[in-house]
Design a protein around this ligand. Structure first.
Ligand SMILES: Nc1ncnc2c1ncn2[C@@H]1O[C@H](COP(=O)(O)OP(=O)(O)O)[C@@H](O)[C@H]1O
Ligand SMILES: [Mg+2]
Length: 456
């Protein structure tokens, strides 16, 4: 199995509307501050989410599932993302929306399976022979291109590494120069190079340089101790999906024939059940040998009522497997028909037997005061100035419609204020915008009033 240099395939989160959420905002004993870490109110749900987070961290949750249920705009997605923030980057968190399973190319259960495996992490510990230190010299040696033609090629690269104990100069293969460039290694960085594979890992900037810029998102690391050439315990965090992808890719080389071959067969590589079974086998062996540790992460399925009965059956079974993540569902539906059935009505559109194993966290509508606090936080994040009076007006809109709708009015409101030559959004702008746009409820009302004028 290929595990070296496995690229992480974490999905990027589309959380622009939740960018103010930094965590659950709980104190040490697990009680929610009224407003903290970007979250306001909804104390009980946040405290419950805190307990779930603790259970996930202590690995007591694998194979279980939680449902966040509440009306639209009550912070279900925000709380799920806050859980992800609390878990940190080492625990996989895979967000998806129920409707993602409907695709003409991929089977529904295949989509679910892929996301399941994105949510299961594996921490692999290996003792490796490495060269580690702060880079004090990095010189590629160039020669004329041996094939003739223009340009030069790198024949080897000379690198100097420094530790607390001493320095060492290495002469390395040009392929390592490429990895050095890929990791953007510069003089002053702390790196290690694996002796066997030549894989390069940049650990951060040496803390001797910590004062060079104040405002950089750099990680500073101390000068490594011991010799440059040594045995080191290397920890790699991957997900099962990363392993699937890395081992499914055609293993062709870099030469022109291999590339042509790929051009002629543009078929997407498929992750087969057989491949997954093999990977599971190797993973289980690693776990038994103590080389790897399973890190059950979180699969978050938003708008879960969009799944159909086939998906629910599949999910229910998958939750029983020994390699299962924690699943967090969210829905804003009450009693409704389960998709894919004729007339089976169930709470939240979820089959009763699955519902039976869920822990349910409720989110409640916000008060006007809480809405105005949240809108204020959003305005700050979007760098929009808004007067207290129009904050009041917007939160009134929020109470009548939904919080999300009120938040969405911020940007057009500030545009309008600009047009009117103002710095602040005022009450007039809020009123004008609210007349220009419709929220879902009033739009539905208009539709039913003027039903005869629309095409059927
Ligand atoms: N308690 C809260 N504190 C701060 N922001 C919140 C809170 N609840 C919701 N929001 C924000 O309000 C908007 C709508 O909430 P969202 O989580 O999408 O609701 P839901 O998923 O329940 O429909 C989002 O921008 C969200 O970040
Ligand atoms: Mg949501």
């Amino acid at each position: 199995m290929k595990i070296e240099e496995v690229k992480s395939t974490t999905k990027t989160l589309r959380i622009a509307t939740h960018s103010h959420v930094k965590g659950l905002g709980l104190d040490e004993s697990g009680y929610a501050h009224q407003s903290s870490a970007g979250l306001v109110g909804q104390e009980l749900a946040r405290e419950a989410a805190g307990i779930v987070t603790d259970m996930i961290k202590s690995k007591k949750m694998a194979g279980r599932a939680v449902l966040l249920a509440g009306p639209p705009g009550t912070g279900k997605t925000a709380i799920a993302l806050a859980i992800a923030q609390e878990l940190g980057s080492k625990v996989p968190f895979c967000p998806m929306v129920g409707s993602e399973v409907y695709s003409t190319e991929i089977k529904k259960t295949e989509v679910l399976m892929e996301n399941f495996r994105r949510a299961i992490g594996l921490r692999i510990k290996e003792t490796k022979e490495v060269y580690e230190g702060e880079v004090i010299e990095l010189t590629p040696a160039e020669t004329e291109n041996p094939m003739g033609g223009y340009g030069k090629t790198v024949s080897h690269v000379v690198i100097g590494l420094k530790t607390a104990k001493g320095t060492k100069q290495l002469k390395l293969d040009p392929s390592i120069y490429e990895s050095l460039q890929k990791e953007k290694v510069e003089v002053g960085d702390v790196i290690y190079i694996e002796a066997n594979s030549g894989a390069v890992k940049r650990q951060g900037r040496s803390d001797a340089f910590a004062t060079e810029f104040d405002l950089e998102a750099e990680e500073y690391v101390p000068l490594p101790k011991g010799d440059v050439h040594k045995k080191k315990e290397v920890i790699q965090d991957v997900t099962l999906h990363d392993l699937d992808i890395a081992n499914a890719k055609p293993q062709g080389g870099q030469d022109i024939m291999a590339m042509m071959g790929q051009l002629m067969k543009p078929r997407k590589t498929e992750i087969t059940d057989k491949l997954r079974k093999e990977i599971n086998k190797v993973v289980n062996k690693y776990i038994d040998q103590g080389i790897a540790e399973l890190v059950p992460g979180v699969l978050f399925i938003d708008e879960v009522h969009m799944l159909d009965i086939e998906c629910f059956t599949y999910l229910h079974r998958a939750l029983e497997s020994s390699l299962a993540p924690i699943v967090i569902f969210a829905t804003n539906r009450g009693k409704c028909t389960i998709k894919g059935t004729e007339d089976v009505i169930s709470p939240h559109g979820i089959p009763l037997d699955l519902l039976d194993r869920l822990m349910i966290i409720r989110t409640l509508p916000y008060s006007q005061e809480e809405m105005s606090q949240i809108i204020k936080i959003r305005a700050q994040i979007e760098r929009i100035d808004i007067s207290d009076e129009s904050l009041q007006a917007l939160s009134e809109v929020g109470v009548k419609t939904t919080l999300r709708y009120a938040i969405q009015l911020l940007t057009p409101g500030s545009l309008l204020a600009n047009i009117n030559g103002k710095q602040l959004i005022g009450r007039e702008e809020v009123e004008e915008i609210n007349e220009l746009f419709f929220d879902a409820k009033s739009s539905a009302k208009v539709l039913s009033e003027q039903e005869d004028k629309y095409m059927k």
